[in-house]
Design a protein around this ligand. Sequence first.
Ligand code: BJW
Length: 253
Amino acid sequence: MSLIEGEQLGELLRRARHVAVLTGAGISAESGIPTFREAMTGLWAQFDPEELATPHAFARQPSRVWDWYAERRRKIGTAAPNPGHYALVTIEQAVPEFTLITQNIDGLHAAAGSRNVVELHGNIGRVKCSREGTPVEQWDATQSPPHCQSCGAPLRPDVVWFGELLPDDATSRAWEATAHCDVFLSVGTSNLVWPAASLPWTAHGHGAHVIVANTTMEGQRRGERIHHLLGPSGETLPRLVREAWPSAVSRYS
Ligand code: BJW
């Protein structure tokens, strides 16, 4: 584990030229959105991801998959960003270069005011044709799933399922930032899903300091230039920002 803590991590952040951040479901937990893999509370405790978040599942049970996403879209629609999201906005405003790479599909980083956001796994607010991939603005909410008006194929959420490739543009922006940042912040992710899981260690391999913010050390690497902020990111990130920029005016202070 890192030997530098608190104020020294703040100093590290304050001196950074390019900060890259990878967020996962944990950063939105304090906004009331369940994570995926935590026993009892995670989304996957009630639903098997292999049954729902795959193209195969959608082909077999389109209505079940569509309804699951419709319910999550409704829940996300009532959620608001939390102090962890706002802390990242403050960092973006304070450092010369900043890239926020998220695995989340909830849109809460943009809602908080983050600007340079890379959505690796899509966005639940968008819907596309499952055959042609064309974005669809309006659909018949009484159907499950609704169908494409142009080709008749079922519509699906514009998210990345297991076995699917990540969007090209998001992938190149994420890997570019990862290779060039000097501080990489990994927030609220179990680091189990590839290729996103490789990003912190790719940054580390290029010489970056990696700060891991999570409620648990489970599954997280330790070593030189790897630092841990243990606790809910809605508390640890604002504290880190206050240590870096004591006078920062923000939504959470
Ligand atoms: C807090 C907190 C608080 C809680 N504060 N922290 C074998 C080996 C290696 C790879 C593979 C393999 N077999 C298949 C693969 C590839 C596969 C993969 O990685 N599978 C693994 C399960 C093994 N990956 C893919 O298929 C990807 N595509 C790909 O690789 O293409 C090339 C390829 C094609 C074909 C074959 C092989 C390769 C695509 C992955 C797409 C993932 N999609 C999902 C669903 C998105 C849509 C939706 O939301 O429904 O993305 S799955 C799900 O997991 C979602 C998440 O973005 C993603 C990551 O989860 P995340 O965010 O880390 O959440 P959790 O719940 O796991 O963790 C929460 C964390 O927060 C925990 O650590 C908590 O402690 C912490 N926490 N509260 C701070 N308050």
